[in-house]
Design a binder for this molecule. Structure first.
Ligand SMILES: C[S@@+](CC[C@H](N)C(=O)[O-])C[C@H]1O[C@@H](n2cnc3c(N)ncnc32)[C@H](O)[C@@H]1O
Length: 234
């Protein structure tokens, strides 16, 4: 074999290795390399996360804070859990209402993401943060009036296990808000995502949920609202 062909083969192998690395570390943010790598990547990017995402405050108010306040308006001092809270996107939206008299707990596996969250909302006594894995939520069953998990289910090894935990800690009759990844980027995550209709069907089949309602939310995510059935978790 002459040296030109050898060089060509080497170039192709290097290019394929670079694409594989890009897919594993950048495109899919470590999800196929395990929870430790996902957490490490979020630790590394934590101080840039908000500027990369550039959430629009009015949109956050309209699609998250307003429906949540309306939903919880009859409840005295409601308790909200935000699973995989990141830099406190959901707590920040909910707490912009000074009249909100409840408590929001933000949980995440990345200490650096929680540092950023705490810097943002530290002065607000209505929020606290918990460093934990979503796979086993460190709370009693039937505790929260609302449990959210935004833009995170594709990062956990078994999303149904995490949803089971979300349902478990939600109060009977309480609300749940979770997202399902969609759009062309979904195809970067084989075995981790499904289309929203199928996701909703599985939610209804696996869990005691009422009023499961998918809504169009962002380019890459649908937002699904549901109510936990009123039977107590055993
Ligand atoms: C794309 S960010 C979403 C953050 C926030 N919910 C938002 O909408 O901005 C994904 C978050 O999931 C967290 N995460 C990933 N795997 C986790 C796990 N197993 N347990 C808890 N948090 C996890 C990451 O640390 C990261 O903060």
């Amino acid at each position: 074999m002459n040296s030109t062909i050898l060089l060509l083969i080497l170039a192709v192998v290097l290019a394929l290795a670079a694409i594989l690395l890009w897919w594993l570390l950048i495109a899919t943010e470590g999800v196929y390399l395990g929870r430790r790598i996902v957490t490490w990547l979020y630790d590394v990017y934590a101080n840039r996360y908000d500027s990369i995402k550039a959430y629009v405050p009015d949109w956050e108010q309209w699609t998250l804070a307003e429906p949540i306040h309306k939903m919880l308006s009859e409840i005295d001092q409601p308790l909200i859990l935000d699973v995989a809270t990141g830099t406190a996107r959901l707590p920040a939206a909910v707490l912009t209402a000074p009249e909100f008299d409840g408590t929001v707990i933000g949980l995440d596996r990345s200490a650096k993401m929680l540092d950023m969250a705490a810097q943002k909302l530290n002065a607000d006594r209505r929020v606290s943060f918990v460093l934990s894995d979503a796979v086993a939520l460190p709370f009693h069953s039937d505790t929260f009036d609302l449990v959210c998990c935004l833009e995170a289910l594709e990062f956990v090894p078994d999303q149904w296990q995490v949803i089971a935990e979300i349902v478990r800690v939600t109060h009977p009759g309480g609300a749940i808000a979770i997202t399902n990844r969609k759009g062309w980027q979904r195809w970067l995550y084989p075995f981790r995502t499904q289309d929203t209709q199928r996701f909703v069907r599985e939610l209804q089949r696996r869990f005691d949920l009422d009023s499961v309602t998918p809504t169009l939310w962002q380019m890459d995510y649908d937002l699904i609202w549901a109510m936990k059935g009123t039977a107590k978790t055993s």
